[in-house]
Design a protein around this ligand. Structure first.
Ligand code: GAL
Length: 358
């Protein structure tokens, strides 16, 4: 009853009294405004999806946010999006606010695979299903996991670099250890490199995670790897383009950029430009538009109580999570045009524009 009174008050005085509304329901003014709209436009029955994101720091997440909203709204759903900027407590609080705010299904990109298990429990207590988006939530009864095949990402990276450098000293720049993907990517890299390691052809002389996927941390680690090995480095595999960019800066400081093959992931614009400039060898392209379209559809189905069958499952330490793993693509100077440009992920003009920072 109290809630209805608030809504009526809100419609009459929304712009003027947003602060009051929040006080009424103890919610953020912004979230409040969004929920007021549906009754007027008759969207009460619309599925409400909560999209809880770790961060918008890397270029790709901006695409995930915008393309997911588009895909969901195209299906008639309403989307509430929050990004926690790598703050676990904030991500939990934001997800709780969405759950209390009446979402029908929760889609989550966990910052910390373990810490977000608490969110899954809370959602289930409220009868809300949870989809782990791109990154798995560990040790919780996640309803569905949709991502790209991260082990394949690592295999594609290692295959490309092993072809360029069949013998020599390798540096591995891993991602954030709080992110379950980094362990899958690294497993894929070793699936390909192990035989060459066993033969003694290649030697991983430096291997470190990158806290928070921060490029500056990757740059620092790469500088340390160069220093510790007297610059005797022949190849670098970095878990994504942001960390590859950091590593390439450290190589540049030693006049080695463009001389050492470097692998990345995400097909960021800067990485595509580096591939054209020759300072990065390859990246792994993951068509975000495919991921967002699939997850939006599956979220609406779950919200409507439909059962979803998958042919694959991934164990998250608690259960076999029904999963859908999309195929990634290796991209180098030879197929940039047929992949990221052909898909409109980046325009030809942008890609062939001078790389700014290398
Ligand atoms: C991973 C994701 C990558 C990368 C990284 C940094 O989980 O799969 O595409 O961007 O996070 O945010």
């Amino acid at each position: 009853m109290k809630q209805i009174q608030c809504r009526i008050a809100g419609l009459l005085m929304a712009l003027v009294a947003a602060g009051m509304l929040a006080a009424c329901e103890g919610q953020e003014p912004e979230a409040q405004k969004e929920r007021i709209l549906p009754p007027e436009t008759g969207q009460d029955e619309a599925v409400k999806i909560g999209f809880s994101m770790d961060t918008l720091k890397e270029e790709r997440w901006l695409k995930d946010r915008d393309l997911f909203r588009q895909a969901a709204e195209k299906l008639g759903a309403e989307v509430e999006i929050a990004a926690a900027n790598g703050d676990d407590a904030l991500q939990i609080a934001q997800a709780e606010a969405m759950i209390q705010g009446g979402i029908d299904v929760l889609v989550i990109v966990p910052h910390n695979a373990e810490a977000t298990a608490a969110i899954v429990h809370k959602a289930h207590e409220a009868g809300i299903k949870v989809i782990a988006y791109d990154r798995l939530v560990k040790n919780a009864d996640v309803d569905l996991y949709v991502s790209f095949d991260n082990e394949q990402v690592g295999e594609l990276q290692a295959r490309a670099i092993l072809e360029a450098v069949p013998k020599g000293n390798y540096v591995y720049i891993g991602g954030a250890p709080t992110d379950n993907n980094v362990h899958l990517i690294k497993k894929g890299v070793l699936n390909v490199l192990q035989p060459a390691i066993d033969r003694g052809d290649i030697n991983i002389v430096y291997d470190e995670w990158t806290d928070d996927w921060a490029p500056e941390n990757a740059q620092h680690n790469m500088a340390e790897a160069l220093r510790a090995n007297g610059n005797q480095i022949d190849a670098v595999i970095a878990a994504n383009d942001a960390t590859a960019g950091g590593a390439i800066k450290a190589l540049a400081a030693q006049g080695m950029n463009g001389k050492i093959p470097v692998a990345g992931q995400d097909a960021e614009l800067a990485a595509a430009q580096r591939i054209v400039a020759g300072t990065q060898t390859m990246t792994v392209y993951k068509p975000i538009q495919n991921l967002t379209a699939q997850v939006a559809e599956l979220a609406v189905q779950l919200a409507k109580g439909e059962e979803i069958m998958t042919s694959v499952s991934v164990n998250n330490g608690k259960t076999e999570v029904p999963s859908i793993l999309l195929a990634p693509t290796a991209v180098d100077a030879g197929n940039l045009a047929d992949t990221v440009i052909a898909d409109g992920f980046h325009s030809k003009e942008e890609v062939y524009q001078e790389a700014k920072n290398d």
